[in-house]
Design a protein around this ligand. Sequence first.
Ligand code: ADP
Length: 502
Amino acid sequence: MTVAMNDLNTIRPATREFLAAAHANLIGGSWVPAASGKTLSVVDPATGQEITRVAESDAADIDHAVQAARNAFESAAWRDMKPATRERLMNRLADLMEQNIDTLAELESIDNGKNVAIAKAVDMTCAIDVFRFMAGIPSKLNGATLKPSIPFAPDARFFAYSHPVPVGVVGAIIPWNFPALMIAWKLGPAFAAGCTVVLKPAEETPLTALFIGRLAQEAGFPDGVLNVVTGYGHTAGAALSNHRGVDKVAFTGSTEVGRLILQAASGNLKRVTLELGGKSPAIVMPDADAAVAIPGAASGIFFNHGQTCCAGSRLFVHKSRFDEVVDGVANIARNMKVGPGLDMSTEIGPMVSKVQQDRVCAYIEAGKAEGAELLVGGTRPDSNGFFVNPTVFVNTSNDMKIVREEIFGPVLVAMPYTDLEEVIAWANDTPYGLGASIWTRDVSTVHTLAHRIRSGTVWVNCHNVIDAALPFGGFKESGWGRENGVDAVKAYCETQTVCIAL
Ligand code: ADP
C-alpha cells in the first residue's frame, strides 16, 4: 500500500508564513539565535522532508534563558502582579490560542504527524482548557492560620501562618507526542503559582512551542516570564536539568530520561515532577458491552498512533469473549486509514521520526522472534514517511519484550485470562502504573478492580480520557507527582511558614 503525501498547499497563509520565518529562541522577551549559530532540521514525518529549521541550542543558551527567567522572577512586574491580573493574562493567552487554533493545529499536524482535525479538536482545545482552568487558580491560592503552642516558651504568645509561594524558575522539558498540550500542562500551573519558565520542547516538535511563545508576548506576559529554547535533549535538555539556577524541573517523557533528569537535579536538589512511560492494561470483563469495548479498546491503543504514554497497549480479555473482542479490534486495525496528518480522513498518521519508526518495527520483529502471532499489521507501508501499520499480536506471554516494554507505537498485545485474580496479577505485573481501563457493566467489578490496580488513573468503559480537572500521573516507574487538577499548582509552590511573637 502506498501512502499519500502531505499536501502543504492546503495550509493557511498564517501557517505558511510562520514556517517560512527564521526561528530563534525566545529569551528575555527577544528572539535570539543559538549562541553557536547552529540550527536543527524540523522534518515532516509524513514525507521525511525538512519543513523548517530552528535554533540548535546548548548550555550557553540555556544559561542565558535561566538568567532571563530569574530576572523576571525577581522583577516587580511579575512578583507584584496581582493574582487577578495574572489570571487575565493567562486567559488572554488562552484567547489568543483560540483565535489562532487553526494555525496551531496545522503546525502540530505537520510537525508531529497527527490528524489536523484531531489536533484542533483534542490537542488545542484541551490545551486552551488547561490554561483557562489554571487561570482560575491564582486568586484562590491560600494558606492556613496557625496557633502554635511553643512548649519551651510558656509565657510567650505567638501567631503564625503558612502560605504557598512560587517555587521559582521552572525548567519544563516536554515530549513530542502532544506538544501543545504538554506545554499547557507545565505552563498553566507554573504561571498560576507565579513561577517563570524556561521551556525546552522536544527536538522533533518545536513549532507550537515557538508559536505559543509569540502569543505569550502578544498577550503581554512580562519579558522573561516565558522563555523558549529549542535543542536536543542530551545538550539543551541536560543543561536545563543540571542548571543550578533552576528551582524545579517539570518533565514529561521516557522513564529512561526521567532517571537522568533525577540524577541531574540532585546537584542543587531542585524539585522534580516526572510524567513517564506506561504499559497500560485494558481489561475486558465477561459481561462487557462489545459495542463499547471493541472500539474503545482499539482507540485505547491506536489513538495518536499509539504514541500515548497511557495507551492501552496490553489487552486482557476474558477467555469467554477473547475471539470476539480481539477479532473486532483486529478488524478495526485492518480497516484504519493510514495517511498524512493534513488529510482529515487519516486515522493512523506517521510515527514522529525515522528513529521512532525503526524502534517500533524492531519491537514487532522481537515479538515475531519470541513466537507471538501477528493477527494484523506488522508492516511499514510504502512511503518516505515514517508509517507503521496498526498491529495486533496474540499468543503472547508476560515475559515477552513486546508485553513488558513500552513500544510507543500502534502495537497491541492481546491475552485471554480466566479469573479476576489472574488478570489483576497480570495487569500489575509491570514496572509501570500510569493508566488502566476496565470494560464491564458490573458496578461491583468496577470498584473491586479499580482499587486493586496500581495505576494513577483507572478508566471505566473509556480510555485516554483526560481533563484539566482530573489529576493525571503515575504510580511506580511511571512518575512522580500529578498534572492537572487544582493540586497540580502545589507542585509549583513552596510552603512558607511565618511565625510571629506577639
Ligand atoms: P521520547 O522517548 O518520548 O522521545 P524522551 O524522554 O527521549 O522521550 O524525550 C522527552 C524530552 O526529554 C525531549 O524534550 C528531549 O529532548 C528531552 N531529553 C532527552 N534526553 C534528555 C536528557 N538527557 N536530559 C534532559 N532532557 C532530555
